[in-house]
Design a protein around this ligand. Structure first.
Ligand SMILES: [Zn+2]
Length: 650
């Protein structure tokens, strides 16, 4: 989801309920008060209702009657569920009490029900249903739904007063308009959606449009079918006088998939420009990650009136067709839909990724300046306050869950920093492994961490502790001094913007600039006041810290004399080559006089495999006997790490 302005929730509400028969709602209910309904009960981080944990949702058939000129829904929901506990004689759904329940039909008989608590319906079966049984029932209901969150059920107009109706359930709003499991714990394996509406309108939804059928009374039935696991909040409908057009999208697996666009007739020209651009973006993501997950159905857009976009599975709802909005919602199809966050604490797994994917399109399709400016605007937002974690610390606050500064921007930068730490190859491999393992499921932050660690062999425990749970960012003090023979000495220190983190472990990028040359240094780890010496081969005129904005940081860079204390040894630049190697690895350095340095080679399991003392400026290490793979190599002086790098044994 992405929204442009921080709209007050109350602006989106205040809709007077009107029933389908055209009469005014007798009690004149104004649904303003419902936005905070979810606050009344503290739930688990995944918002699951423990009473709904005794069954597994397999399928839903929805039959909805929608007239977009009416704030009203009538119809039925038919869930198929598998019983997964013993003593199953009643079933709970999360569902508003604002509806008239017409009937609940089970094997041709009517069942009784009660509504024990807010947003709860309890349906009683005549007998126990044995564990393992696949069963179903139908709930028929009608009424004016309540409205929560960002407007879970909205009736409005576009153009010259043309009615439009749409739903947007994220995060907690599915229960406002259909009987569901509202938590992040059970995806429905597949759905069929039948929308019946006056024939001047079209109904849009998830999956494939399998038929549109005219029926008596000047009505049409739009039948949408989706055969992939889907979280409740991603089920959506939108109805108005849409114009429809399609682009063909060739994918990496050889499929040519339709991108289906449902747009307001008055916006068709602009829409076509935007959606055609989005075809290129879809191909870019499809080649960078894994094949578009829903390639055997479609991707699509349906225009709606909310001030942003929402990544409904296979059919994003969007207010307009701007590059960034479409790139963001499309990115969610992999990160948000195919993999869905398994807790609202981890919503950055949806929003951080979607935001970063939009950024990647700036890097891929735009100029280096555009990409730099995109990163710079993220950093300005993130650093506008010294505090705040990517992990959501209050899952009952919709504002905190969808914090643009922390969930979207800092979440996106967390990914950018992982890419910097691991390198492009391992980062994207790790993300693809995460998509392959967690696709179709709900994921938590450790699921991403595990995949990146397994692929790279690098422990990310400290990284996630600092950057996911911790608040703020590092503030660097960089001093530099020209020495004789074109050498330069650099001293580094770090403080933090927030006391929750003592020291951020993150490689830093320093650029030495001469008259017409530059020399780039990456320092993977250091301790405060550590001193490094380099020989770039030219006279350094200026020093830049983090010049390509790889990390979230503030810094001051000063030129001056650096005092080397008695117990401090300037660390020469250390090189390790060739990489990859099959037999001999060489460590090249200017070995300090009267100091003994050691090397350690560490395997992917974190254990030291080889170690020894460094006796020359060109120390050879025999690695012939090591199994092929990625290794870490560390050079240290007593307990101080001077060099921390890696190599591949071919
Ligand atoms: Zn989003």
């Amino acid at each position: 989801m992405k929204y442009f302005t921080r709209l007050s929730l109350t602006l989106l509400m205040g809709f007077m309920a009107i029933y389908a028969n055209g009469q005014n709602n007798e009690d004149g209910i104004n649904h303003c008060g419902k936005a905070d309904a979810f606050n009344s009960q503290q739930k688990l981080a995944n918002y699951s209702n423990p009473l709904t944990e005794n069954y597994d949702l397999k399928y839903y058939r929805f039959n909805w009657l929608i007239d977009p000129s009416q704030y009203f829904i009538a119809g039925s929901a038919t869930p198929y569920f598998r019983v997964i506990k013993d003593n199953f004689n009643e079933i709970y759904f999360d569902f508003s009490h604002d509806f008239i329940i017409d009937s609940i039909i089970y094997h041709g008989n009517t069942l009784s029900y009660s509504q024990p608590e807010e947003y709860q319906i309890r349906i009683i079966f005549p007998d126990n249903i044995p564990n393992g049984t696949l069963d179903s029932l139908s709930i028929f209901y009608h009424g004016a739904p309540p409205n929560s969150g960002f407007g879970s059920f909205i009736q409005s107009t576009h153009g010259n007063g043309i009615p439009v109706l749409w739903t947007l359930s994220e995060p907690f709003g599915a229960q406002d308009w259909w009987p569901c499991k509202n938590g992040l714990d059970d995806k429905i394996d597949s759905i069929d959606v039948f929308i019946t509406t006056p024939e001047i309108y079209r109904g849009a939804s998830n999956g494939k449009l399998v038929s549109e059928t005219s029926v008596e009374g000047g009505m049409k039935i739009y039948h949408w079918q989706h055969r992939h696991p889907i979280a409740s909040y991603l089920v959506a409908i939108a109805v108005t006088d849409y114009t429809v057009y399609t682009h063909d999208v060739p994918l990496r697996n050889g499929t040519i998939m339709p991108m289906v666009n449902y747009v307001y007739p008055e916006n068709k020209d602009k829409a076509e420009i935007g959606t055609l651009n989005n075809v290129k973006v879809l191909q870019f993501y499809d080649s960078l990650f894994v094949t578009y997950p829903f390639y055997n159905e479609k991707y699509g857009h349906a225009q709606f009136g909310w001030g942003g976009g929402m990544e409904h599975q296979t059919m994003s709802f969007v207010v307009n067709f701007g590059w960034g909005l479409l790139a963001h919602e499309l990115g969610h199809q992999w990160f948000g839909d195919h993999i869905t966050c398994g807790s609202w604490q981890d919503i950055w797994l949806n929003e951080g990724f979607a935001t970063y994917l939009d950024g990647l399109t700036r890097e891929h399709f735009f100029t280096p300046t555009d990409w730099y400016n995109w990163k710079s605007s993220m950093l300005n937002s993130i650093k506008s306050r010294p505090d705040g974690s990517v992990k959501v610390d209050d899952i009952n606050s919709v504002d905190r869950i969808f914090s643009s500064r922390l969930t979207y921007n800092k979440g996106a930068y967390l990914l950018h920093m992982l890419r910097w730490k691991l390198g492009d190859d391992l980062f994207f491999k790790g993300v693809r492994a995460y998509l392959n393992e967690m696709g179709g499921k709900f994921a938590r932050t450790p699921d991403l961490q595990r995949n990146l660690e397994q692929v790279s062999g690098v422990s990310l425990k400290e990284f996630f502790k600092d950057w996911y749970e911790g608040q703020g960012y590092p503030i660097y003090d960089v001093k530099w001094e020209n020495l004789d023979n074109n050498k330069v000495r650099i001293q580094l220190s770090q403080t933090t913007s927030h006391p929750s983190v003592d020291f951020f472990e993150i490689p830093v990028h320093i650029r030495l600039k001469g008259a017409d040359k530059e020399y780039n240094i990456r320092i993977d780890s250091f301790k405060n006041l550590d001193i490094f010496e380099y020989n770039p081969g030219f006279k350094v005129l200026s020093v830049e810290f983090n010049p390509e904005l790889w990390i979230i940081s503030s810094s001051t860079v000063t030129n001056g004399v650096i005092t080397v204390g008695n117990n401090k040894t300037p660390n020469s630049q250390i090189k390790c080559y060739p990489n990859p190697t099959s037999d001999i690895l060489t460590l090249n350095m200017q070995l300090p006089v009267n100091q003994q340095l050691q090397y350690q080679i560490i395997g992917t399991n974190g254990r030291t495999i080889l170690h020894g003392i460094i006796r020359s400026d060109n120390q050879s290490i025999e690695v012939k006997g090591l199994p092929p793979g990625a290794y870490q190599i560390i050079v240290n002086e007593h307990n101080k790490v001077l060099y921390n790098g890696g190599f591949i044994k071919a």
